[in-house]
Design a protein around this ligand. Structure first.
Ligand SMILES: [Zn+2]
Length: 287
């Protein structure tokens, strides 16, 4: 969903609800809690990609007593960061864990049994592969990867990996072997790191081979996202994108009858944004 310069992803299947990152603004999340009618409901799994504010800031809203929202599983990698908001979020999760209301899963051991991949089945039969992140690196590089699959494992799939950077993308293939299991070829890619040019390589795009890519960015972000180098690479290789700053909410609907559709609130595909710029990042353009 549209959440400024941030990521916020909501997955629903057969009554199961999963949230992967929740933007930075609590006010925005409050609006969405009302719009989606989530008060008094259960979020089956809340996944924080990594310890940056533009991914966890809005999560605190879901833990407000007034919303009466149950969070069954909370997953994150526990990396240290000196954010008061993150400390507040972790305090809320810990309090619920101590009351037996929430189960905490360390993303580095997603099933709690030492295996690298934990597969969760949603109420409608869709599957979510929760994968262990790269064990070393900066906060972005430690982003938790997940792969979502429709119940028939064929008609729809999506790859999501927060703000993963190039070193992580190489690790997925060369060390973790995720291209073989659970496989990285998907219909939809959540564009890494808001479209930063340090979150995409030619090799990665070839492996994932997405029909659509989504970028979570704001029209006024100070990072130059979506970077011109990223768009140039997508154009060169013939890949299409939508972006929350120009297209608003980006919705993928995969009915149990098969296939999937994509809808946006406004604009068209492959748009430029007000903040887009060329990056001078030295890791940009690695292939
Ligand atoms: Zn971010």
């Amino acid at each position: 969903v549209e959440a400024g310069q941030a990521d916020a992803i909501y997955i629903e299947n057969g009554g199961s609800r999963i949230i992967y990152d929740a933007g930075q603004g609590m006010g925005r999340m409050e609006q969405l809690i009302y719009e989606f009618g989530l008060r008094g409901d259960t979020i089956d799994m809340m996944i924080l990609s990594h310890a940056h504010f533009d991914h966890h800031g809005g999560m605190r809203e879901f833990f407000k007593v007034e919303h009466d929202i149950t969070v069954r599983y909370f997953v994150e990698n526990g990396d240290p960061n000196t954010s008061i908001a993150l400390a507040e979020l972790r305090d809320s999760v810990e309090a619920r864990v101590s009351r037996g209301e929430t189960i905490f899963r360390d993303a580095d051991d997603p099933c709690g049994d030492g295996s690298a991949i934990c597969t969760v089945t949603l109420g409608g039969g869709a599957k979510l592969h929760l994968m262990k992140p790269m064990p070393h690196g900066n906060l972005n590089e430690r982003s938790v990867p997940v792969k979502l699959l429709a119940a028939d494992s064929a008609s729809f799939s999506m790859w999501i990996a927060g703000d993963a950077e190039n070193a992580t993308l190489r690790w997925f293939e060369e060390e973790a072997g995720y291209h073989q299991h659970p496989g990285m070829d998907v219909d939809v890619l959540k564009g890494n790191h808001h479209g930063s040019c340090n979150g995409v390589t030619t090799r990665f795009l070839e492996l994932v081979d997405p029909t659509w890519t989504t970028f979570g960015a704001s029209d006024t972000n100070g990072y130059g996202h979506v970077h011109e180098q990223t768009k140039a690479l997508f154009r060169d290789l013939g890949y299409n994108w939508y972006r929350t700053d120009q297209n608003g909410r980006i919705l993928f609907h995969a009915p149990s009858s098969g296939g999937y559709s994509v809808s946006i609130e406004r604009g068209g595909m492959n748009m430029d944004g007000g903040a887009d710029d060329w990056a001078s990042d030295s890791t940009c353009g690695e292939m």
